[in-house]
Structures are given as C-alpha cells and as structure tokens.
Design a protein around this ligand. Structure first.
Ligand code: EPZ
Length: 419
C-alpha cells in the first residue's frame, strides 16, 4: 500500500448509477467472529478494503486460511495455532481490538498490544476490558501489552454500558456467544452492524436476542458451526455518495442501499433541498441547483445522525446557502478535515465540539492532505465540487473504508485519477 494521491478535476455534475459496497463495519467484527467456529465460513458482499486485508492478515497469522473469490471471502478457522496478535498487525488497524472477545472465547487466552491511538483522538477500550473482566477474564495490562486469560470459566454477566459503545457491544456479544450462561447487555449500541453481526452468529447457532435494541440477551451455547452470510451495504459510503451528489448538483441512483439504515441521514439532504426517492432498484438523489444549509447537525449513537457521515456532509454544507452548525458528540477530535476544507475556500470555524460552517458560493481547487478515513472522504467531496484540478494526498486513509472509490466516482462521470 503505497502513498496514494487523487487528482480530481472538479466542478462537473455526476450522473448515472452506482452499487454501494458491503459494510466495512460489519465485515470487521464478523471476520473476527469466524474464530468462534471450526470450519469454513463464507462471507458475501465483503468489501475490498485495507482494513479487511488487515483482518485477514490477523486471521492468517493465528493459523486460519482466508481467500477471496470476487466479493466473497472464505475463512477456514479449523487449524488455528496462535493466541496472540503481533504489534505490527495491531497497529495496522485500530479496530483489531474486535479480535479480543473472539480469541478469548476460542482460546481462553489472548495476548495483544493496546490498539494504536488514531486520528480521532484517544480510542479507550476500558469498556471492553471491564466487561470481559465481569465475564471471568483476567486481564493484565503493562507496557501497552494486554495479557488475558480465562480464570476458571468464561461466564455470562449483566453488563451495563455507560455509553452505547459499538466495539464494546460487539466484543461482549462475541465472547458471550460461547460463555457459560446468559449475558445481558444494557445500553447496547443499536447500529445495523450490530444486528448484522448477531445475524451471522445466530446463523452459526448462537442464541442472541434483541440485537439492534438497547438491551441484548445472549444465551451461551456449547459450540458454533460456520455459516454463509451476506454483509449489509455500507450506509456511510452511501451517505458519502449522497454528499458528493448534493455538492455537485447531481442526479444519481445508488443500488443496494437499505433505506431504513439512513433514516437520520435522508432528512439532512431533504432539508438541503435534495429530492430523495426510494425505488425498487435503489435510492435516487436529485440535488437542487443551489443547496440550502441543513442548519444544525448533531452526531449521536444510532439511530441518530452518524458521526462517520459528519465529515463528508460538512463538505456539502460548505457550499450550501446559509449557516450550518455541527456538534460532534461522539469523538473528541473529529475535525481534522476542517483546516483542509478551508484551503478549498470553505468558511468554517471550530470551537471545541462545535463547528460553524458559513456556506460559500463555490469552492476553489486546492492541494490538500487527508489525515483520517472520513476526513479523506470529505476532501474528495470538496474536490469534486471545486472548479479546477485538486490534488489529495493521504488517500491510503480513504482506502481503509472505500472500495475503489475513484472507479465508483468515475463511473458517475467524475474526473478522478489515482496516482
Ligand atoms: C465504531 O468505532 C466504528 N468502527 C467507528 O467507525 C464509528 O465512528 C464508531 O463505532 C461510532 O459509531 C467500527 O465499527 C470498526 P465506540 P468504536 O466504541 O467501536 C468511547 C469509521 O469511520 N469509548 O462506539 O471504536 C469512545 O472514545 C470508524 O468507519 C470509551 O470511552 O466506537 C467514543 O467517544 C471510525 N471506552 C465513544 O465511546 C471504550 O471502551 C464511541 O465509541 C470504548 C469507547
């Protein structure tokens, strides 16, 4: 994975239709969960992403075989031998913490380094660790190393999360699936990816009830057998494509979306003057000539407005008529894209978790650098609507979550080249 750069010749309208990729945030926990079974799991609609490749590298390191056939990934966990993840693999992808619950449930033992911090500020894992301790896991933490072992038995527990953490909910669900007894998670995260993970685990023979609600009940079972599963589409990639269409005054059709996953995103685009029609073959978005500002956007746990869509939607707000106030309630520092958007001529001021965007008539091409995954997506949206040639470096961040994005955009008529 070299240092990639996008060159975008912006100011063009997009048109046509595009299929939305499978969900990154479904694929990562489900790939980890395959460790609970012995044998071959078949995962369809699994996106080609560097974060997925990092997960496959971890699975292979511990002894699984994993291969890709088009959009399908086949993982055989029959002969795993190692119960640790080396630092270089842990640091390659922050969300590799999602292997913790799966490896504890499979091996009763796991050693891994603390996940690397990331561009969104500190990424604590205290909720993951305290929950697993309540389930009978002894966890030693020194020199950034986690050394975990099941004291006498991995058992169910009543766990109440102070914040509906997506990763903690997933780690607990995965560990609880093979624990002895029942686990109840209160204030669980409700994201569609949690439901997708529960669907996969239940297809393997788990007893998980209430996924998608605030209380999830998992009755541990003796063993699980591998299953065939199709990932849900990526709702954040869909929101990103909608931002690109809105910012460029376009009319596009997105195939493969589940509209209910975007029920807090569609109103933002409708309030901006876009027309969104849900049809059998997909979701169509038709942008107005001049966007109205969506006024106020507060990121919240699902089903609220997703924090991952904040950056791309900010690029759209940057060229809307009027002022938009963003409040980022989930992560402490998720505005690294703001300084780069201002280089395109956007008028944005940040005060703590609030960003105030004063819409301008048009953005001007610029050379910018991405610093995180969704920030990179925001810069691509801005470059698409800025007239002239822009250069975006740090595209390796984009490739963590967007499959062949330059091809998807080119198929809609954009002039985007990866060099
Ligand atoms: C998941 O991250 C997603 N990643 C993130 O998507 C997404 O932004 C986030 O959920 C929120 O929706 C994956 O699913 C792989 P959290 P996660 O635990 O699980 C605090 C993307 O762009 N917290 O729900 O790490 C935490 O600091 C990525 O695709 C603790 O305090 O998010 C944050 O403020 C970025 N202690 C809040 O909870 C903990 O032990 C929500 O974090 C865990 C989390």
């Amino acid at each position: 994975m070299g240092v990639s750069v996008f060159v975008v010749d912006g100011g063009r309208r997009l048109s046509g239709e595009v299929k939305v990729q499978g969900s990154k945030n479904s694929a990562l926990p489900i790939l980890a969960a395959t460790l609970l079974c012995r044998g071959e799991s078949v995962l369809h609609n699994c996106p080609r992403l560097s974060d997925v490749e990092a997960s496959l590298a971890i699975l292979r390191y511990i002894g699984c075989t994993a291969r890709r056939e088009g959009d399908t990934v086949i993982v055989d966990t029959g002969s795993v031998t190692r119960f640790e993840i080396p630092p270089e693999l842990m640091h390659r992808m922050r969300s590799s913490i999602i292997f913790l619950g799966a490896m504890i449930a499979r091996f009763d033992r796991v050693r891994m380094t603390f996940p690397g911090g990331c561009e969104l500020g500190p990424r604590p894992i205290d909720l993951h660790l305290s929950a697993l301790r309540e389930m009978g896991v002894e966890i030693g933490e020194e020199h950034g190393e986690l050394d975990c072992r099941v004291r006498d038995m991995l058992h169910g527990a009543n766990i109440s999360l102070p914040v509906p953490s997506v990763g903690a909910t997933e780690n607990i669900m995965i560990a609880a699936a093979l624990a002895t007894g029942t686990t109840v998670i209160s204030n669980a995260a409700r994201e569609p990816e949690i439901v997708d993970l529960a669907d996969y685990l239940n297809a393997c023979g788990a007893e998980i009830h209430g996924a998608g609600e605030s209380t999830v009940v998992i009755d541990g079972v003796e063993s699980l057998s591998p299953a065939v599963h199709t990932m849900i589409p990526d709702r954040i990639v869909a929101a990103t494509l909608m931002s690109a269409a809105a910012a460029t005054g376009s009319d596009i059709l997105m195939r493969g979306i589940i509209p209910s996953h975007l029920r807090s995103v569609f109103p933002v685009f409708r309030n901006s003057g876009c027309e969104i029609t849900v049809k059998r073959e997909g979701v169509r978005i038709t942008a107005p000539y001049r966007l109205q500002s969506p006024k106020l956007i507060r990121t919240m746990p699902y089903p609220g407005f997703p924090t991952d869509a904040q950056a791309p939607v900010m690029s759209m707000a940057a060229v809307a008529d009027g002022m938009t106030v963003f409040v980022e309630n989930i992560f402490t520092s998720r505005y690294s894209h703001v300084s780069e958007l201002c280089r395109f001529g956007a008028d944005i001021r940040v005060e703590g978790k609030v960003a105030v965007v004063d819409g301008v008539k048009r953005l001007l091409s610029a050379n910018v650098r991405a610093q995180d995954l969704r920030g990179a997506a925001a810069l691509v949206v801005a470059a698409l609507c800025a007239v002239g040639k822009s250069e975006i470096s740090g595209i390796e961040y984009l490739e963590r979550g967007y499959e062949d994005f330059e091809l998807a955009l080119s198929s809609l008529g954009a002039d985007v080249k990866k060099i």
